[in-house]
Design a protein around this ligand. Structure first.
Ligand code: NAD
Ligand code: TYD
Length: 352
């Protein structure tokens, strides 16, 4: 038990897209927890994502890199954590193709460093739990039918998914070998506020606003299953509190879209939002060279988390997309900062 009889929960990667929603969810919903957010503030981490909660008394941010063992040893010796929710990662498939080693470093080595610290705590605290937030991309690619279940064999195709599959395996191995209590969830593609504009949906929203080309890879006939990020945060809460040790939970939106159909819908919603004639944004679509090793289709069978933990998405895709578009329109300053790098200078002054 942490200071002041509060439970200490460590969230890694809490300044990133999903991590910031998880941190906010736990800080706002669990006054009896103290939430520690550690993040290296890479290009993808941005403390502006958490501006609204940074002064909460049950929240602490610590800048640090999970690949640095000395940093983690000090952090874990100074704080008695009751649980770790691990999201810190390099997360973009295209970057993993041009720089695989940085994915091995953070996603594999960083995870193993955290596991080593967690085993020591778990030996003293029987209620301790390590939660690895992972991706459905570890299962590889589906054909035109079928769904990923928790027993689908791992078959990663990109350096990103190979690094996440590896870290999943290490988590399971630490459970078997050292008795570490753990849970893993494998989630489909997220979208929503605070998404760095290199992934499909935020990149295309930003490009439409700026009248730039929309680069659709290949013929656009690739399928993803999209989930609103706040619904993922709620699922993480349920798995963390009510999931069974040693188990994996698939999380998905029951919401498959071919890329090209999604892009057409986005263009239509953006035309409406911008007061443009319908069809204007569509003209920005440009078919470009395909991504190497591009997985054809991801789709999740989320019936386990649905029946065992009672989770289901709370918003439809159309509602979630409208909320997301509105957020990007209301947060142009955020978009300018993350794309210019200014924010890093601003926060460096406060945290370095
Ligand atoms: P993100 O890239 O937006 O955020 C990652 C965060 O990790 C950033 O804040 C970054 O600064 C931090 N980080 C990176 N390297 C670090 C290091 N060495 N030490 C400490 N912090 C470091 O990623 P995201 O989209 O929010 O994804 C979060 C997690 O969820 C990842 O583990 C990812 O694999 C998983 N996931 C993502 C999706 C998705 O659709 N985005 C879906 C399923 C699972
Ligand atoms: P992305 O958002 O990178 O997520 P992931 O690769 O993890 O699924 O890409 C989603 C889909 O959109 C994927 O099929 C690749 C495609 N895509 C494009 O067609 N153009 C782009 O510019 C990007 C970033 C992605």
């Amino acid at each position: 038990m942490g200071k002041g009889n509060k439970k200490n929960i460590l969230v890694t990667g809490g300044a990133g897209f999903i991590g910031s929603h998880v941190v906010r969810h736990f800080v706002q919903n669990y006054q009896d927890y103290h939430v520690y957010n550690i993040d290296a503030l890479t290009y993808a981490g941005n403390l502006e994502n958490l501006k609204d909660i940074e002064d909460q008394t049950n929240y602490t941010f610590i800048k640090g890199d999970i690949t640095e063992d000395d940093f983690l040893t000090k952090l874990f010796s100074e704080n008695e954590f009751d649980g770790v929710i691990h999201l810190a990662a390099e997360s973009h498939v295209d970057r993993s193709i041009s720089d695989p080693l940085s994915f091995v470093k953070t996603n594999v080595l960083g995870t193993v460093n955290l596991l080593n610290q967690s085993v020591k705590i778990a030996n003293k605290n029987p209620d301790f739990r390590f939660y690895h937030v992972s991706t459905d991309e570890v299962y590889g690619a589906l054909g035109n039918s079928g769904l990923f279940t928790e027993s689908t064999p791992y078959s990663p195709n990109s350096p990103y998914s190979a690094s996440k599959a590896s870290s999943d395996h290490f988590v399971r191995a630490y459970g078997e070998t050292y008795g570490l209590p753990f849970v893993i969830s494998n989630c489909s593609n997220n979208y929503g506020p605070n998404h760095f504009p290199e992934k499909l949906i935020p990149l295309f929203i930003n490009n439409i606003i700026q009248n730039k080309a929309l680069p659709v890879y290949g013929d656009g006939n690739y399928t993803r299953d999209w989930l609103y990020v706040k619904d993922h945060a709620k699922a993480i809460d349920l798995v963390f509190h009510r999931g069974t040790n040693g188990e994996t939970y698939n999380i998905g939106g029951f919401n498959e879209w071919k890329n090209i159909d999604l892009v057409m819908l986005l263009c239509k919603l953006m035309d409406k939002k911008l007061g443009r004639t319908e069809g204007v944004s569509e003209e920005l679509i440009t078919f470009v060279k395909d991504r190497p090793g591009h997985d054809l289709r991801y789709a999740i069978d989320a019936s386990k988390i649905n029946t065992q933990l009672g989770w289901e998405p709370s918003v439809t895709f159309e509602q979630g997309l409208e909320l997301t578009i509105d957020w990007y329109f209301d947060n142009q300053e955020w978009l300018n900062h993350v794309t210019s790098g200014d924010y890093k200078e601003y926060y460096k002054k406060q945290y370095l």
